[in-house]
Design a protein around this ligand. Structure first.
Ligand SMILES: O=C(O)CCC(=O)C(=O)O
Ligand code: NI
Length: 275
C-alpha cells in the first residue's frame, strides 16, 4: 500500500494493516522467547505486578487464570528482557510507517506488551481505548502496532476494531462499564460496527490511540501471541507528576532521556535499561 493510501485509510477508520510482515525465523524466535520468559521464575520475579502502570522501560508481568488451569499473560516492556523483542520493537520499517500515521517528525516507544492467550480458553480482551489509560500525556496522538506471533483468526483471538471511533472522543465511560463483551449500537449518533481483524502469522496491524478495540478469546488448539508496540511522537508532552497543570512546561517526549527514539534513525539503537 502506498504511504498516502495508508494514511488516508488510517485517518478514516482509525486502523490499517502494515505493509511489513516479519520473517518466520524472527517470529519463531519471538515465540520461543515468550515461552522462555513466561516459564522463567527469576525473570518474572523482577517484573512489576501491574503491567499497565509501569513507567517507561520497566517490565511488568501479570497472569490471569483461565478455567483450564492455564494462564493468559500480559508482559509489558518485554523488549528490555529480550533482544529478540527489542529488535522487533525498534524495527525501522515499522517505525517509519508509525511516523507517517502519527504525522510526526520523530517517533518514540512509549510501551510494549506481549499478550499471550493459551489454547482452548484464552480470555477475550474487553473494549477499550489505549490512550485513555495514558493520562500523563498531553494529547491522544498515539499509534499501536500489533504483531501476530500466530495466525490470529475469529477462533484464535483476533483483534476487533470499530471503524471511525477514534473521532468520537474519550468514551471510556461507555466502554468500561458494560456488563458483557458487546459494544453499544450507536455512540452520539454514530452507528457502531465491529470489524474482525484476521491476520496471518508475522503480519502487523496499526490502530490509533482512541480507536475502540478489543480482542476475541482463544478457542483454537494453539496458543495465540500478540506483540503490541505503542508509539508516540516527539512533540507530545509528558506530565512530570499527577496534578501538574502547566502543559507548556511539561517536557517534550523528544527531550526525555528515558524513551527510545525509533525514528528518524541515526546509527544503531542500543539497549536502554537491559535488566
Ligand atoms: O491482543 C489483545 O488481546 C489486546 C491488544 C490491545 O489492546 C492493544 O494492542 O492495544
Ligand atoms: Ni489496546
Amino acid at each position: 500500500m502506498l504511504a498516502t493510501e495508508r494514511v488516508r485509510r488510517f485517518a478514516e477508520d482509525g486502523f490499517v494493516m502494515s505493509d511489513v510482515r516479519l520473517d518466520m525465523t524472527v517470529v519463531r524466535r519471538a515465540e520461543a522467547e515468550s515461552q522462555r520468559i513466561i516459564g522463567d521464575q527469576e525473570t518474572l520475579a523482577r517484573c512489576a505486578p501491574e503491567p499497565t502502570l509501569t513507567p517507561y522501560g520497566v517490565p511488568g508481568a501479570k497472569r490471569m487464570f483461565v478455567a483450564s488451569g492455564a494462564y493468559n499473560w500480559k508482559i509489558s516492556n518485554i523488549r528490555v528482557l529480550s533482544d529478540v523483542f527489542w529488535a522487533i520493537a525498534t524495527d525501522a520499517r515499522i517505525a517509519e510507517e508509525a511516523a507517517d500515521l502519527l504525522r510526526a517528525e520523530s517517533v518514540f516507544i512509549w510501551k510494549d506488551q506481549l499478550i499471550y492467550k493459551p489454547p482452548c480458553e484464552g480470555s477475550p480482551t474487553g473494549w477499550h481505548q489505549d490512550s485513555h489509560y495514558w493520562r500523563t500525556l498531553s494529547d491522544h496522538n498515539q499509534v499501536t502496532a500489533w504483531i501476530a506471533l500466530n495466525d490470529a483468526t475469529v477462533r484464535s483471538g483476533c483483534l476487533q476494531m470499530v471503524p471511525g471511533s477514534h473521532r468520537w472522543g474519550n468514551q471510556a465511560r461507555v466502554l468500561l462499564h458494560r456488563k458483557d463483551e458487546s459494544v453499544p449500537d450507536e455512540c452520539d449518533g454514530h452507528p457502531v460496527t465491529v470489524r474482525d481483524i484476521c491476520m496471518g502469522v508475522g503480519e502487523i496491524h496499526f490502530h490509533h490511540g482512541m480507536t475502540w478495540h478489543g480482542a476475541r478469546g482463544n478457542a483454537s488448539v494453539e496458543p495465540l501471541g500478540g506483540f503490541a508496540v505503542h508509539f508516540l511522537g516527539g512533540d507530545t508532552r509528558i506530565s512530570p507528576q499527577n496534578g501538574e497543570i502547566s502543559v507548556d512546561k511539561w517536557p517534550r517526549v523528544a527531550d526525555h532521556a528515558d524513551l527510545t527514539r525509533v525514528w528518524p534513525r541515526s546509527g544503531s539503537l542500543s539497549f536502554q535499561t537491559r535488566q
